[in-house]
Design a binder for this molecule. Structure first.
Ligand code: NAD
Length: 323
C-alpha cells in the first residue's frame, strides 16, 4: 500500500514531528510557506495547519486526495468548512491545547487593566515616576461577568474565584445547574452587563455573537465597568465602543483580538488611553504550542490508523447552527 501524504504548513515541535516521522505509512512534507500552492496540496491526504493558512474553496478544490485536516488551533475561522463538508474532508481542531494559556492571558489583562501597568511602565520609562498616577483596584470582592462558559470561560471563572471574586455568567447553551455547581450564578446577558464590574468574553464568533457589544447593549453596561475580550474581535462593535469611551464611559478595556487584525492604524480604538492591547497572543505560549503540536500529530495518526475523528468541525454543539 502506498504511503499517505501529510503536508504541514506551520511550525511543529521536534517531538511532534518525530512522532509523525515514526509512522511507517506516513510521508511528511512541509509547504514552502504558510500558503500552500495548488501543486503542493494536490497530492496531500492530510494537512496540519494553523490560522495563518487560509483553506478557501479554490484551494480545496485542487486537493483531490485530501481526506483529513487538523488545525493546531482552537479557532477555525480560516477554514471553509462548508466546502470541506461537500468534499467529505474531515476537519479537526485542538481546542484543549490553549485553554490554560488563554485563561491566564485573560487574568493578566484584567490585572494589567485594573492596576494600569502599561501606563505605569511608561511613567517609569519617561522618568515621570509617580506623577499624576491613579490608585489601582483590587479584584477581591468584585463581580466578574463571563460571557460564554466553555473551556476558557470556565477556567477564567475558576481563576477569578481564587482572587475571591464573585462570578456570574451568561451562556444559554450550558444548563444553569452546571454553572451553579461550580459556584457561578447564571444570569441573562443584559443582567450580566448591568451588574458586573468586569465583563469578559469567551464566546465563539457566530451570527448570534457578532457585535453582541453594540450601541444598544452598551447602553446597559455598568458605566464604570472594565471590558475584556480575548475571544474574537467581531464580538465587539469597535466603532460603537470607541464612541462610548470618548464620552467617558468605562474604567478600562483590554483587548487581545480585533475586528481586523493587525489592528489598522486608523482604528477608532487607538487614541484611547484606557485600553490595554495585545496582538492576539492568547495561545502564544511554549506550552500551548507543544500541546497543540502533539495533539495535531496524534489526530492525524488516529485518523489513518484507526479511522478516529475527534474534536470535529463544525462542532457538534447547538450553537454551531449560527456559524
Ligand atoms: P468553547 O467552544 O469551549 O466555549 C464557547 C462557549 O460559548 C460555549 O460554552 C458556548 O455554549 C458559548 N456560547 C455560544 N454562543 C453563545 C452565546 N450566544 N452567548 C453566550 N455563550 C455562548 O470555546 P473556548 O475554547 O472556550 O474558546 C472561547 C473563545 O476564545 C473562542 O472564540 C476561541 O476562538 C477564542 N480563543 C482565543 C484565543 C486567543 O488567542 N485570544 C485562544 C484560544 C481561544
Amino acid at each position: 500500500m502506498s504511503k499517505k501524504q501529510l503536508l504541514v504548513t506551520c511550525d511543529l515541535t521536534t517531538e511532534a514531528l518525530a512522532l509523525l516521522r515514526s509512522q511507517a505509512d506516513l510521508e511528511v512534507s512541509f509547504s514552502k510557506s504558510r500558503h500552500p500552492t495548488p501543486a503542493e496540496i494536490q497530492s496531500a491526504h492530510a494537512l496540519i495547519i494553523r490560522s495563518g493558512t487560509r483553506l478557501h474553496k479554490e484551494l480545496l478544490t485542487k486537493a483531490k486526495d485530501l481526506e483529513f485536516v487538523v488545525t493546531a488551533t482552537s479557532g477555525f475561522d480560516h477554514i471553509d468548512l462548508k466546502t470541506c463538508q461537500e468534499r467529505q474532508i474531515r476537519v479537526s481542531h485542538c481546542p484543549e491545547a490553549n485553554v490554560e494559556s488563554a485563561a491566564q492571558l485573560t487574568l493578566s489583562m484584567i490585572l494589567n487593566a485594573l492596576r494600569q501597568l502599561p501606563q505605569l511602565h511608561q511613567k517609569v520609562i519617561k522618568n515621570h515616576w509617580r506623577e499624576n498616577i491613579k490608585r489601582g483596584k483590587e479584584l477581591t470582592g468584585m463581580q466578574l461577568g463571563v460571557i460564554g462558559m466553555g473551556r476558557i470561560g470556565r477556567r477564567v471563572a475558576q481563576l477569578a474565584q481564587a482572587f475571591q471574586m464573585t462570578v456570574v455568567a451568561h451562556d444559554p447553551y450550558v444548563p444553569a445547574k452546571d454553572l451553579q455547581s461550580v459556584g457561578v450564578q447564571p444570569l441573562g446577558l443584559i443582567e450580566v452587563f448591568k451588574t458586573s464590574d468586569i465583563i469578559s468574553f469567551h464566546v465563539p464568533l457566530t451570527s448570534e455573537t457578532k457585535h453582541m457589544v453594540n450601541h444598544r447593549t452598551l447602553a446597559h453596561f455598568n458605566p464604570e465597568a472594565w471590558i475584556i475580550n480575548t475571544s474574537r474581535g467581531a464580538v465587539i462593535n469597535e466603532t460603537e465602543l470607541a464612541v462610548k469611551m470618548r464620552k467617558g464611559l468605562f474604567s478600562g478595556i483590554a483587548l487581545d483580538v480585533f475586528e481586523k487584525e493587525p489592528l489598522p492604524k486608523e482604528s477608532p480604538l487607538r487614541p484611547q488611553e484606557k485600553i490595554v492591547f495585545s496582538p492576539h497572543v492568547g495561545a502564544y505560549t511554549e506550552q500551548a504550542f507543544a500541546k497543540a503540536s502533539r495533539q495535531a500529530a496524534e489526530k492525524v495518526i488516529s485518523w489513518f490508523n484507526k479511522g478516529q475523528w475527534t474534536h470535529r468541525l463544525p462542532p457538534e454543539a447547538e450553537w454551531a447552527k449560527y456559524l
